[in-house]
Design a protein around this ligand. Structure first.
Ligand SMILES: Nc1nc2c(ncn2[C@@H]2O[C@H](COP(=O)(O)OP(=O)(O)OP(=O)(O)O)[C@@H](O)[C@H]2O)c(=O)[nH]1
Ligand SMILES: [Mg+2]
Length: 325
């Protein structure tokens, strides 16, 4: 076993940081290290936190971390491509309490960059969450700005997804328009110290009432998850306990109903498919020179050969290479 992995499994924070850097940089050694880490994962509860820029995600996550620590849980925090970096904004803004979090060995905070392709970013996020799982985190929170498909993909690594909205922005249901409504397991209206809270809660209720499971809201029903709408003032720590309790309730729901297993299998399937696609492209690039590929592409563009013929020829070359190699 690689020395870094050994240290990770013993709960060494610096080894965890180093490993996350390797996956973030898409270092060639990362795949081998992830193989060694894989069997030691599957315990952590992975929570995605998404919402519009400036909605208070980092502030909320910081407060949630403190609440989890009160409950004696080890916490990992991953901020994906943050517009306001964790170290600069929310955490230092609440210096005294947050320095507790930063120094606390039970909390691991890390930002991921957008180095590499977008697909690479969602994979790096997934691997970083696995590293923190093996490190011993009971919960790993992933913060990402909810604005489009790439963010939705990143959030798909989560078992539980919280969608944040804020009142009175004029485009109240921004997150809903972006298609993020479907992925929310818990809805949070933050900045409830501002006017317009009832209105946005009402809009969310109206949207959620279209969902069949939501109609079970008043029943005592074990089979369905009723997606709650929670109101917080993250800045002042209001409503934080309820958020953690609903995350915990969703975790229990997923375990009890077997949903967690289904979600994990779905996400591994999509990752395996993505990795396989990348591997084939990689093998093709090794089997065929850039010049050969250009000639083939030119032939397709000149209608000398068909594009599927080109694909089949490339596939033959990969197979030849594998046969000889
Ligand atoms: N009034 C009010 N302000 C808040 C609340 N929560 C956070 N803020 C403030 O909102 C601003 C943005 O907070 P962040 O936590 O950085 O928001 P974010 O969603 O992480 O921002 P990005 O990562 O840049 O998208 C900060 O000035 C916070 O202090 C709240 O409940 N009420
Ligand atoms: Mg942030």
């Amino acid at each position: 076993m690689h020395e870094l992995v050994e240290r990770l499994l013993k709960g060494d924070k610096r080894a965890a940081a180093r490993l996350i850097t390797l996956v973030d940089d898409q270092d060639p050694i990362a795949a081998e290290l992830m193989k060694q880490i894989h069997p030691h994962t599957g315990k952590a509860h992975i929570v995605g936190i998404t919402g519009p820029p400036g909605s208070g995600k980092s502030t909320l996550v910081s407060k949630l971390a403190l609440e989890y620590r009160e409950r004696d849980m080890r916490v990992g925090i991953i901020a994906v491509d943050p517009t306001s970096p964790f170290t600069g904004g929310a955490i230092l803004g609440d210096r005294i309490r947050m320095s507790e979090v930063v120094l606390d060995p039970g909390v691991f905070i890390r930002s991921l960059s957008t180095r590499g392709a977008l697909g690479g970013l969602s994979r790096a996020t997934f691997d970083a969450a696995m590293i923190l799982d093996a490190y011993g985190c009971d919960v790993v929170m992933i913060e990402t700005v909810g604005a489009g498909q790439s963010e939705v993909d990143i959030v798909r690594v989560a078992h539980t997804t919280a969608v944040i909205n804020v009142p009175g922005s004029g485009d109240d249901i921004q997150a809903i328009k972006a298609g993020i409504l479907e992925i929310g397991d818990v809805f949070i209206v933050n900045k409830a110290d501002r006017p317009g809270v009832e209105r946005i809660v009402g809009e969310l209720e109206a949207m959620l009432s279209l969902d069949k499971d939501w109609r079970h809201a008043d029943e005592d029903d074990d089979e369905h998850w009723t997606r709650p709408i929670l109101v917080t003032v993250a800045r002042d720590g209001e409503g934080i306990g309820e958020v953690v309790s609903s995350f915990e309730a969703h975790r229990e729901f997923m375990d009890r109903t077997g949903t967690r297993k289904v979600v994990e299998e779905q996400r591994f399937e999509s990752i395996i498919r993505e990795m396989l696609g990348d591997l084939i492209i990689d093998l093709m690039e090794r089997a065929v020179s850039r010049e050969e590929l250009e000639v083939m592409v030119a032939d397709v563009a000149a209608r000398k050969i068909d594009k599927m013929d080109a694909v089949e020829r490339l596939m033959d070359r990969i197979m030849d290479q594998r046969g000889n190699g």
